[in-house]
Design a protein around this ligand. Structure first.
Ligand code: 5AD
Ligand code: SF4
Length: 419
């Protein structure tokens, strides 16, 4: 989501202002730091980054802070770092051309409706297009700051989504990544009329776009994974067989405290349904350890779900108390060292599972879509189920979907040859 927001900012500046991208900090007239605030660490990093940029930048260069930390800290950022020229919230990207010339402008309105706003065209990779399908989030997970920084959920009208994908396909993209905080909640609220009222229908409509070969999406919510959606996922040949199912915790008690709306059993049932309907699918997840009140038994529930589902990819985090969230005020916060121990245990076990999964890939054949040239005559791409591949090859393979046989495995990526 943040990467796409950055592309929108670049597109607007390219088209409406005399700016172009540079890799060289000393050449820059404008430096924009796009930020995340989902955990505390990136927020602390922001202020050290501002200091580094300020030290090495051209004297006249402006610094702007955009994204979720901009939304939740607002003018506090300028107070703490007066070298910052403007602050632009995660839901105010389209105002970039207004704020760059206003000293100490702060635009952080989370009621702002960007759902029908058409941004200029800029894509960092022409082979794969990221396209937003909704903005904001209507859930109230007690650990999460996102509803406070990105505001209420609004779906983007399907005609606009189709128009944007069609344009990207005409410019060379065979793959689209649909983006939203909660993609399979699509259709609950539009700023205008729309004939589509759920995500499954949207997927069906998008898959009719000629020339589009692959559809990915992130992130769906386990609560809205109804059978119709999973059947569409499994049977639609354009939908890549990789699905993110964010667990957060394996303990039903903790899930209740988190206000996630599902139980451990519901979650396992949805994953089993995916494995049955679509045995070739890979399942990834997000897990938080050390949520307030998490007992040893709760943590064992999380370990048990890991054993049952054997996630192909797992993003795991220590709980980080965030402002504007309910859980930050919970009394039974967990000791940091204990949370660290649990995180290590979880990650160690997942690494073992991942090694087994990747070792079993040896000799398998995957359809890989190549999208990036790498140094030393190599090229990279992803299989339909989301595995990263490196293969010897040159430009001719860029933008092609080719059968590749795995010749070497490792935890993070696979190597292979054309068959
Ligand atoms: N502490 C730790 N992890 C968090 N996430 C969201 N909020 C927090 C928090 N306060 C994680 C969740 C989410 C992912 C994007 O970040 O697992 O799915
Ligand atoms: Fe945050 Fe929950 Fe919304 Fe995801 S669904 S963005 S975790 S509030």
């Amino acid at each position: 989501m943040n990467v796409r927001d950055s592309e929108h900012i670049i597109a607007e500046l390219n088209q409406k202002e005399p700016y172009e991208l540079t890799d060289n900090l000393k050449d820059a007239d404008l430096i924009i730091i796009n930020t995340c605030s989902v955990r505390e660490k990136p927020v602390a990093k922001l202020f050290s980054e501002i200091g580094v940029f300020n030290k090495h930048k051209k004297k006249s260069a402006k610094i702007g802070v955009a994204g979720c930390t901009a939304s939740h800290l607002g003018k506090e950022i300028i107070k703490r770092a007066p070298v910052v020229d403007f602050v632009l919230g995660a839901r105010n990207v389209s105002k970039i051309t207004e704020v760059i010339d206003k000293k100490h402008a702060v635009e952080i309105n989370t009621d702002f409706d960007e759902s029908t706003y058409a941004f200029g065209e800029y894509r960092s990779n022409t082979f794969k297009a990221m396209v937003n399908i909704s903005i904001g989030c209507d859930k109230s997970c007690t650990f999460c700051i996102v509803p406070a920084t990105r505001g209420d959920e609004i779906s983007i009208p399907s005609a606009l989504i189709v128009q944007e994908i069609t344009k990207a396909v005409a410019n060379g993209a065979k793959e689209v990544m649909l983006l939203g905080q909660n993609v399979n909640h699509y259709g609950r609220r539009f700023s205008g009329m729309d004939e589509i009222d759920n995500f499954t229908q949207l997927l069906q409509k998008i898959s009719q776009i000629e020339g589009l070969e692959r559809i990915r999406f992130t992130s769906p919510h386990p609560l809205h994974m109804d059978d119709a959606f999973l059947e569409e996922f499994a049977s639609n040949p354009k939908i890549c067989k990789q699905i993110h199912v964010p667990l957060q915790s394996g303990s039903t008690r903790v899930l209740q405290q988190m206000k996630r709306g599902y139980t451990k059993e519901n979650f396992i049932n949805r994953c089993e349904k995916i494995r049955t309907l679509c045995p070739q699918a890979t399942i990834s997840t997000d897990i938080i350890v050390g949520f307030p009140g998490e007992s040893e038994i709760d943590f064992e529930d999380t370990m048990e779900v890991l054993e049952k589902v054997r996630f192909e990819q797992m993003f795991s985090f220590k709980y980080s108390p965030r402002p504007h969230t309910e859980a930050a005020a919970f009394e039974d916060q967990i000791d940091d060292a204990l949370a660290g121990e649990r995180l290590t245990k979880l990650q160690t076990r997942h690494t073992e599972i991942l090694d087994e999964i990747m070792d079993a890939q040896m000799g398998k054949i995957h359809k890989v879509y190549f999208d990036e040239l790498k140094p030393n005559g190599r090229i990279s791409g992803r299989s339909d189920d989301g595995k990263l591949f490196f293969v010897k090859g040159s430009e001719e393979l860029l933008g092609c979907i080719v059968d590749i046989k795995v010749t070497k495995t490792s935890r993070g990526a696979l190597e292979g040859v054309l068959v």
